[in-house]
Design a protein around this ligand. Structure first.
Ligand code: SAM
Length: 303
């Protein structure tokens, strides 16, 4: 059963300017909310849905089964978007959506260790069959490396204190244990759990989320047909900065720099910005879904 509530659903559909018979890629298929709306909104369209999480693909295959041959799903990381698209015959598409981060299905599954829920192992991998889990990572990193990671990806001001407390408590095996260690180290500050930024930082590091985002954007641009749309939803400032900077630079002529060599290639823009400021959810959506609170949607069109 899917419990994830799709964020900015109508705004993404409007942003994609759906075309009947179009070809679309959902790089973060998750619970399938955006994918289903694309398939319903664009008659005779075809969709390729990717997710790094094998469980998400399994669940969503059942949800989208009614669309039969119009859907292909693949358990792949969007850092391999170009390859996955070409392998499935989606090398020239009308729209691509990326709804970043994790789903509520993942957050609330205690076996995954994304949240502070009691009893879960500290895993946090979107794909539990690949790479190091969060527990493996925090149990092997030097305290300085751990502090840098928590500062960089969580923007957590108390990162050094937290890293020292983690070092003293190692080995840490469960999400609950880590949440307790952080709470003891820095105390409670208001309504938000004190380990929130530490958990965010670890999840980003475990899944190399910034690396994947940096690599997917030019691949997505490359796959779009002229007039095709790219819609990206981010959930924190580190992600949004990467998306904003990429879309801005791809939509501008590269200005000449004083130290450019004479044969420097001038970059012509490849995208046109559709949103100059990000689209954010309305009050009603935020009231019904607290996860939507920090969502920001940016859309661009291929020239
Ligand atoms: C916010 S959810 C998507 C929800 C979906 N739009 C819906 O309406 O149900 C994000 C999904 O992206 C997946 N994901 C995150 N980073 C990924 C990556 N680099 N490659 C592929 N999937 C990724 C996560 O596993 C998660 O299922």
């Amino acid at each position: 059963m899917t419990i994830h509530r799709t964020v900015l659903l109508q705004e993404v559909i409007d942003g994609l300017a759906l075309k009947p018979g179009g070809r679309y890629i959902d790089g973060t298929v998750g619970g399938g909310g955006h994918s289903e709306a694309i398939l319903r909104g664009a008659p005779d369209s075809h969709l390729l849905g990717l997710d790094a999480d094998p469980l998400a693909i399994q669940r969503t295959a059942a949800r989208l089964a009614a669309f039969e041959a119009r859907v292909k799903l693949a358990n792949q990381n969007f850092s391999q978007l170009g390859e996955a698209a070409r392998a499935n015959g989606f090398d020239s598409v009308d729209g691509i959506v990326l709804d970043l981060g994790l789903s509520s299905d993942q957050l609330e599954d205690r076996r995954r260790g994304f949240g502070f829920i009691a009893g879960g192992p500290l895993d946090m991998r979107f794909n539990p069959n690949q790479g190091l889990s969060a527990a493996e990572l925090i149990n092997v990193l030097e305290p300085d490396e751990l502090a840098d990671l928590i500062y960089r990806y969580g923007e957590e001001p108390a990162s050094r204190r937290i890293a020292r407390a983690i070092e003293a408590a190692r080995p840490i095996e469960t999400a609950e244990q880590l949440a307790d260690v952080v709470e003891k180290a820095i105390g409670r500050r208001g309504r938000i759990h004190p380990a929130t930024l530490t958990f965010q930082a670890l999840r980003i590091a475990v899944n190399d989320e910034m690396g994947a985002l940096l690599t997917v954007l030019p691949q997505a641009n490359e796959l779009l047909k002229s007039g095709g749309r790219l819609a990206v939803i981010s959930f924190h400032s580190l992600e949004d900065r990467i998306v904003k900077e990429y879309l801005r630079s791809a939509s501008r002529v590269r200005p000449a720099q004083p130290d450019d060599p004479p044969d420097m290639v001038r970059h012509e823009p490849t995208l046109r910005l559709i949103t100059h400021k990000p689209i954010v959810p309305g009050d009603e959506e935020v009231a019904n879904n607290s996860r939507a609170r920090s969502a920001r949607l940016r859309v661009a069109e291929k020239l």
